[in-house]
Design a protein around this ligand. Structure first.
Ligand code: CTP
Ligand code: CA
Length: 227
């Protein structure tokens, strides 16, 4: 029902997009989160759908409206996000734009933690699953084009190139998230697209424009077979 009118250069292609932050529980009323707004991931989902792709948007809690013509799956934790992405497979295209929490509390409390005289609660952390890496390194049914972001505050392209190799994804959109750029929560983004064949520097543009340019670049990839 979501995809009845699909037409355009990505018609017949299935895409999974992750967006927003994750919330990692400490106890039933507290969580660890980050400042991701979900603006970029949601813009990518809208732009892919506008080119005819069947888009599943797996998103942490954001203030963004659910995009029209897209199947939105709301999740909270990184583990939930991975499970929702796996459930949405098979797919041709994956774009991981979520700011997934790198760590979660190793054993979240079942009941609200109480203040006790003199004792501070120790928060033991453990590493979350890496959704981009897991989908990139699938040996069976790997999506044809897996794309990640590299949020960096220094040596942006250098770190992104290393991150692309480490994750095993096809493209990395490197962006500078140092506080002075206002990228986190802001409306614009300056992207360096790192592919197998090199780096493309995009001018600063709005997150909506980044979504459209990425969707067009993906359509070109499938039409020409170029990286
Ligand atoms: N990512 C993911 N799952 C995680 C962590 C990251 O899917 N548990 C994805 C993000 O959505 C993004 C890419 O991996 O597309 C890179 O995220 P980033 O935080 O920049 O990379 P990390 O590998 O977590 O490295 P670090 O935070 O140490 O720079
Ligand atoms: Ca990280």
């Amino acid at each position: 029902a979501y995809f009845a009118q699909a037409a355009g250069p990505l018609a017949g292609k299935k895409a999974i997009v992750t967006s927003g932050p994750t919330h990692e529980p400490i106890d039933p009323v507290r969580y660890i989160a980050n400042r991701s707004s979900g603006k970029q991931g949601h813009a990518i989902a809208r732009a892919l759908a506008a080119l005819g792709a069947e888009v599943t948007l797996v998103s942490g809690p954001t203030r963004e409206p659910d995009p029209a013509g897209v199947k939105t799956v709301p999740i909270e934790s990184a583990r939930d996000m991975l499970a929702a992405c796996e459930a949405a497979l098979p797919a041709d295209i994956v774009v991981c734009a979520a700011a997934v929490a790198d760590w979660r509390v190793a054993s979240a409390a079942d009941q609200k933690m109480k203040k006790e005289a003199g004792a501070l609660p120790p928060l033991q952390l453990t590493e979350n699953p890496d959704i981009l890496k897991t989908l990139s390194q699938k040996t069976d049914g790997r999506p044809a084009l897996v794309i990640g972001f590299a949020a960096e505050t220094e040596k942006v392209v250098e770190h992104a190139t290393a991150k692309r190799a480490r994750k095993g994804c096809d493209w990395i959109l490197a962006n500078d998230v140092s506080p002075a750029t206002g990228t986190f929560g802001g409306d614009s983004n300056t992207i360096h697209l790192v592919t197998e064949s090199g780096t493309e520097d995009w001018p600063a543009m709005t997150k909506t424009e980044v979504g459209k340019r990425l969707a067009a670049r993906i359509a070109e990839h499938f039409q020409t077979g170029h990286s």
